[in-house]
Each structure stands twice: as structure tokens, then as C-alpha cells.
Design a protein around this ligand. Structure first.
Ligand code: FAD
Length: 488
């Protein structure tokens, strides 16, 4: 059997392992940490609280089902999920509250009632978002943008031709400000730029297709939490014969002329015809391939934002909150200027609170809740993190107190903090960026690293730092593209 070595057991590495095993490769996954998942890990805090460590919002669940089907299994035997309704509870700085219902018409009516924006405008916007998605997703996300053949396909030429109309030349914020007269509605839709670590005031209006994922196609909740995605796929991979080797970092990708021939790990040397790196592409070149000329243009692309997360075991319950809750700041532009221009955190921040115990009661003791409290922050560039974390913790508590009318700090029974240097230490993502490079300019999609090496035969790349991008669905698609390339 031909053998494949995968560097990293993040969600993309796991999905690639499944696909290559189905193709008949003998697959070994080398993982530096003690377990799988990477950003999609889980943690427990004293007192009976469980948390999903990283991602919390799940869209396009069929991309997970597809892997079980590919292996001839029934997805529901491994992994179950439900459509979330409502999706998100929004708390605006002026005290307005709004519930994002799953059904588009109901969501539009809610925006009309709470924000005074005509429901018809919301529906027209969501329809355009859906059209932009339908016109581009398959083309730009499903296959390599870096193989000449891709551009000869008629549907691709058609999608490239519609790009200017989709708003490559204006920003997401401009698109939303033109669509809605109310600043709160603009803020609500601008936030979708953060789904790939970008800045709505810089990212192209094309990204206004992101709301369609959540509001058109739906937000989902996996039974047991997001970690169940990684867990169920590892179970499948192991059934297919994939070997996972934990606490065994890959130190070098071995080559013979223009061909990869294996990996050197902390434990030894392994031969492989195919090597797939699920490690961030920048350290892959810098550390694992120090002698290979690196594609500097690609590696110098600006990084996406990172996150600061407080995991809090909360000793009471908040019936007014749901699974996803957003507490907006008063000045959104200021927040993004702080992140992307000043490399710091604004004094007044938008706070995201994810509470899985609303759906999985065993994630917290009875009457308690598990709060994953996240703020968007710049990636690590040597800032004074202890000072920024302490200041932002106070800002978060002040924002929550204003919205909920109680001192949340008094209910914190257990706490853990994850900051950008911590994210880098655990996952090797440069600077702790959540999504590799940012999508803050119109060519960003074309400047991501391809899913293969132009210099070394047999070397491939998957995961959030390469094409088509970060986030669970795009990571899963990167695995599908790698599998297309290895089977070609
Ligand atoms: P990673 O998860 O980055 O894993 C890479 C793995 O490779 C790690 O396990 C690492 O230890 C291992 N590794 C690295 N170098 C080596 C080496 N040399 N040898 C061996 N192993 C190595 N996405 C969403 O879709 N929805 C969300 O709501 C969402 N929210 C997020 C919130 C947070 C706080 C974070 C951190 C991320 C979030 N994301 C979200 C993004 C999403 O989690 C990532 O895009 C995705 O999980 C990245 O997966 P990956 O396969 O690229 O690899």
C-alpha cells in the first residue's frame, strides 16, 4: 500500500486522513499534542464544567456527513446534530435586544420590529447573499484555484465574470450601510466578517455571502458539542486503519530531489509517498522545510485576527441567554481599528458568549452554566498580553453587567484563559491567528497558499491557513481538494 504521513490532527488533518484511507493509503497522523482536535479541542474545569475549546458555530453539516458516506457508513451512527432555532441573541449597546430566528421571514420581521428596518429590505439582502454564495461557492471553495485546468471550466469562467458585480471593489461595511438605514442592522451584518478573522471596513463586499451560511443554510448544534465532530471522525478514521501517534511532533519533511520521501519526528524516521501538512503553512516552511525556497509573497500575507477567551464556570443560570449571544460595543469601527491598525484591543469590546449547557446539560452542574466568553483581538505581535487580558476582562464584565443587570464576576466558580500566545503554543498557528491569513483585500482568496507544493512532488497542504480558508467548513473542503489532487 502507498503510505501517507499527515502532520497534525486538526479537523482538516483528520478529514484528510479519512479520505486518503478510503483511497487505499496506509495513513499515519503525527500530532504534537497529547490528543486530536487542534483548535477544536475540549477542556474541563473543576466543579464539573466541560467546554468546547475553540469553534462554537457549526454550518454546512453535510460536509461532515459526506465523510461517513464516503466510507460507506451511516452518518447518524456516528454523529448527530440539530438545526438551531433561535440562532443568536443580540444585545445592542443602546439596550435593544433582538433574537435571530432560524426562519428568514421571522428573522426579518424581528429586525423590522426591533430596529425599524423594513422586513422586505432584510429579505432582499439575504436573497442577494444567497445568490452570491450560489454563484461562487462551488467554484472558489470546492477546488484548487491554483491549477490552470480550474480556469478552463465553463462554470468557473462564469463565476469569475460575475465577481465585479458581487462587490470586489467595495467593502462589506459599505455594502451593508447601503442596504440598511439603521446602524444596528449594519453592525449585525458587519459582524460576519469576523467569521474568517477579517475587518468589515476592509474586507470586500463579496464576503456578504457569509450571512447566507447561517441564515439561509442554517446554524447547527452537534449532539454533545462541537468536539463531537473531531471525536466521531477520529473514530471513523481509526476504523479505517488510520494510526494516530500523539505527542510525536514532526520535526522535518524529508525529501529526495523534487520528491518528498517521508517525515522525521521526535521518535524516528517514517517513509511516505505522500506528506500532508495540517500545520500552519508558515511554520511548515520555516521549521519543517528550512532548505526549500519558500513562497515569500504568500507567507507575508497579513494574518487574520485572533481571540481572547475566558472559560467560566458560572454558578447560576440566565434564562434570557441562548447558545450564541452577542453583546455589541457602541463603536464597532473603533474595535477593528484597534485590532488591525493599532494591534491592540479597544476599551469597549463586543463580547460573544457561547453556552453549550443550554443544549448539553451535562456540560455544567444543575442550575449552573458553562460560559465560553470570546473577544476578537489582534494576533500576537509581542503585545503585553497579561496587561491586555486583565484590562479586557474588566471591560467584558462591565459590558455584561450593563446588559444583564448583574455582576457576573460574583458567579464565576472556575476560570481558564486562552490568549493568542497560548493559541500559538497549542496549535503552532503563527501569532495565534484563528484563520491563517486575513481576507481584508480583494485578492486574498487568490493569495492563500495552494493545497499542493509547486516545488515538491507528493507534498500537500490542508487546514485553515491554506486554500480555501479557515473555519470548520473550509477546513473540511481543503481535505476534499487534497484528496482530489492525490487521486489525480
Ligand atoms: P488546527 O486546529 O490548527 O490544528 C493543527 C494541529 O496540528 C494541532 O493539533 C497541532 O498540535 C498540530 N501540529 C502543528 N504542528 C505540528 C507538527 N510539527 N507535528 C505534529 N503536529 C503538529 N471555526 C468555525 O467554523 N466556527 C467557529 O465558531 C469558530 N470559532 C473559533 C474560535 C476559536 C477560539 C478558535 C481558536 C477557532 C475558531 N474557528 C471557528 C476556526 C476553526 O477552529 C479552525 O479554522 C479549525 O479548527 C482549524 O483546523 P485545522 O485543521 O486548520 O488545524
Amino acid at each position: 500500500l502507498p503510505s501517507a504521513a499527515i502532520v497534525g490532527a486538526g479537523i482538516a488533518g483528520i478529514a484528510t486522513a479519512v479520505r486518503l484511507a478510503v483511497q487505499g493509503y496506509r495513513v499515519t497522523v503525527f500530532e504534537a499534542q497529547e490528543s486530536f482536535g487542534g483548535k477544536m479541542h475540549q477542556l474541563e474545569l473543576p466543579g464539573g464544567y466541560r467546554f468546547d475549546g475553540g469553534p462554537s458555530l457549526f454550518t454546512l453539516p453535510h460536509l461532515v456527513d459526506e465523510l461517513f458516506e464516503l466510507a460507506g457508513r451511516n452518518p447518524a451512527d456516528y454523529f448527530r446534530y440539530e438545526r438551531l432555532d433561535p440562532i443568536t441573541e443580540y444585545f445592542f449597546a443602546d439596550g435593544t435586544r433582538l433574537t435571530a430566528w432560524a426562519e428568514e421571514a421571522k428573522f426579518a420581521r424581528e429586525i423590522e420590529q426591533k430596529l425599524g428596518v423594513p422586513a422586505a429590505d432584510v429579505l432582499a439582502f439575504l436573497r442577494r447573499s444567497g445568490q452570491a454564495y450560489a454563484g461562487t461557492a462551488d467554484t472558489f471553495l470546492r477546488r484548487s484555484l491554483h491549477k490552470a485546468g480550474t480556469y478552463l471550466r465553463p462554470e468557473v469562467l462564469k463565476a469569475v465574470a460575475v465577481l465585479p458585480q458581487l462587490g470586489l471593489l467595495s467593502t462589506m461595511h459599505q455594502r451593508h450601510a447601503a442596504a440598511f438605514a439603521d446602524a444596528r442592522a449594519v453592525q449585525l451584518f458587519d459582524r460576519f466578517a469576523t467569521y474568517n478573522g477579517s475587518d468589515p471596513y476592509q474586507a470586500p463586499a463579496t464576503l456578504s455571502l457569509i450571512p447566507h451560511l447561517e441564515h439561509g443554510l442554517g446554524a447547527y448544534y452537534p449532539e454533545g458539542g462541537i468536539y463531537a465532530i473531531a471525536e466521531s471522525l477520529v473514530r471513523l478514521a481509526e476504523e479505517l486503519g488510520v494510526e494516530f501517534r500523539y505527542q510525536e511532533p514532526v520535526l522535518e519533511i524529508l525529501t529526495a530531489g523534487p520528491q518528498v520521501k517521508g517525515v522525521r519526528t521526535s521518535q524516528g524516521v517514517y517513509d511516505a509517498e505522500v506528506v500532508v501538512s495540517n500545520m500552519d503553512v508558515v511554520p511548515t516552511y520555516r521549521r519543517l522545510l528550512p532548505h526549500l525556497p519558500a513562497p515569500e509573497n504568500t507567507l507575508q500575507q497579513p494574518r487574520s485576527s485572533s481571540a481572547l477567551i475566558f472559560y467560566w464556570g458560572i454558578g447560576r443560570s440566565f434564562p434570557e441567554l441562548g447558545v450564541h449571544n452577542i453583546f455589541f460595543s457602541a463603536d464597532y469601527r473603533r474595535e477593528f481599528e484597534a485590532i488591525f491598525q493599532e494591534k491592540t484591543i479597544a476599551d469597549d469590546v463586543t463580547v460573544y458568549v457561547n453556552i453549550t449547557s443550554k443544549k448539553t446539560p451535562t456540560d455544567a452542574p444543575a442550575g449552573h452554566e458553562n460560559w465560553f466568553v470570546m473577544v476578537n483581538v489582534p494576533h500576537d505581535q509581542g503585545q503585553d498580553w497579561p496587561q491586555l487580558v486583565a484590562r479586557t476582562r474588566r471591560a467584558v464584565l462591565a459590558r455584561l453587567q450593563k446588559a444583564l443587570g448583574v455582576d457576573v464576576a460574583a458567579s464565576i466558580r472556575a476560570e481558564h484563559v486562552w490568549d493568542p500566545p497560548g493559541i500559538e503554543a497549542r496549535t503552532s498557528s503563527l501569532g495565534g491567528a484563528l484563520y491563517g491569513s486575513s481576507s481584508n483585500n480583494m485578492l486574498a482568496a487568490f493569495l492563500r497558499h495552494p493545497n499542493f507544493s509547486r516545488k515538491l512532488n507528493g507534498l500537500y497542504f490542508c487546514g485553515g491557513s491554506v486554500h480555501p480558508g479557515g473555519g470548520i467548513p473550509l477546513c473540511l473542503l481543503s481535505a476534499a481538494i487534497v484528496a482530489d489532487l492525490t487521486s489525480a
